[in-house]
Design a protein around this ligand. Structure first.
Ligand code: NAP
Length: 329
């Protein structure tokens, strides 16, 4: 497995990471046994970066990872944890908390649920508008000093926040949506990351399945599936976006690859400092995704991809409107 480094001080991780969010309800019900088998298969294939959030399934996702790692070499892995997202008992969302005392509280619970004594990369999931980023990052830096955290990360932060955070403590990576359909980071945020020496861990590289080549307009969504409220999966937007996928499929076929592999390989081609997180929750999907590592896109492929899915081609925002307000752009 190829590796890439997150930031100037590491860690060195597999070139593709496994995002575990979809194993705890964000895309409707998941199969726990298959989820654990998928984590194990990823580790067996050489994946060393696992991403979670303490709010995915209100702690369920961390418990799941803790269970999956019980008989594995935890120290061979990097666990990335997001915190700060506040939940309600009915599964709703009620804001973000980046206060220093909250950071330490969230961390204590995460360590317990994961069954580990440290977290490799710890990050606030969305910038808390009421708490200067310097205070949140300062609190994580204290936890680095105390040995509970190895590296500081960010999530969905804008260029200014990236610079301010990096002035307090080195930033390993910014986790942010980046794909053929979501190229918003290219103008300012990615250059800011490069300026401060932070990597990017890209999520939504398959646009939550839309760009996988497996999506169809008649797919029925189960209750609690985020895609049921995502603008890109609705009506005319969906049809427009699926037409883009078909254009990509033509190119994929000439390379004996799947659409998902082309989409992931394109993100990999954007720079050695970019690590795609794939959200596979089944072993077959995982293996398909990892196949992208064998697909070298040449200049001609990249040009044809650009023609098939030019920047800004997607119809619909990447989140529903109220959630767009939580993103720094
Ligand atoms: N920082 C943040 O704000 C943030 C936000 C979202 C996610 N994340 C992280 O990033 C990870 C990945 O995000 P994502 O789930 O949105 O990513 P994604 O990889 O774009 O979408 C994953 C979904 O695509 C579908 N899919 C179809 N073929 C696939 C294949 N070959 N490999 C993988 N998935 C395939 C699956 O849906 P079906 O199973 O329904 O087919 C899967 O659940 C998450 O698990 C989470 O750790 C971070």
């Amino acid at each position: 497995m190829n590796t890439r480094k997150l930031g100037q001080q590491g860690p060195e991780v597999s070139a593709i990471g496994l995002g575990c969010m979809g194993m705890s309800g964000m895309y409707g019900p998941a199969d726990t046994q298959e989820s654990v088998a998928t984590i194990h298969a990823a580790i067996d294939a050489g994946v060393t970066l696992l991403d979670t959030g303490d709010f995915y399934g209100m702690g369920d996702n961390e418990l799941l990872i803790g269970r999956a790692l019980a008989d594995r070499d935890r120290d061979a892995l990097s666990i990335s944890v997001k915190f700060g997202g506040l939940r309600t008992p009915d599964g709703g969302w009620s804001g973000y908390d980046g206060r220093p005392a909250a950071v330490k509280n969230f961390l204590a619970y995460s360590l317990t649920r994961l069954g580990t004594d440290h977290i490799d990369v710890y990050r606030l999931s969305r910038v808390d508008p009421d708490v200067p980023i310097e205070e949140t990052v300062g609190a994580i830096a204290e936890m680095v000093e105390a040995g509970y955290v190895r590296h500081v990360g960010l999530s969905e932060a804008g260029a200014d926040t990236v610079r301010r955070a990096a002035a307090v403590h080195p930033i390993a990576d910014l986790q942010i949506e980046y794909s053929l359909l979501s190229r918003g980071i290219e103008d300012e945020i990615l250059p800011a990351c490069r300026e401060v020496g932070a990597a990017v861990t890209a999520y939504g590289v398959l646009s939550r399945g839309l760009l996988s080549g497996h999506w169809s307009a008649d797919r029925e969504l189960q209750q609690g599936d985020f895609r049921g409220m995502s603008p890109r999966f609705q009506g005319e937007n969906l049809q427009h976006n699926l037409d883009l996928v078909e254009a990509l499929r033509e190119l994929a076929e000439t390379r004996d690859a799947s659409v998902a592999q082309v989409a992931i390989a394109w993100v990999l081609s954007r720079g050695e400092d970019i690590v795609p997180l794939v959200g596979a929750r089944r072993r077959d999907r995982l293996h398909e995704a990892l196949g992208a590592l064998d697909l070298q896109l040449d200049a001609d492929d990249l040009e044809r991809i650009e023609q098939a899915v030019p920047a800004g081609a997607a119809a619909g925002d990447r989140y529903p409107e109220p959630l767009m307000a939580d993103l720094e752009r």
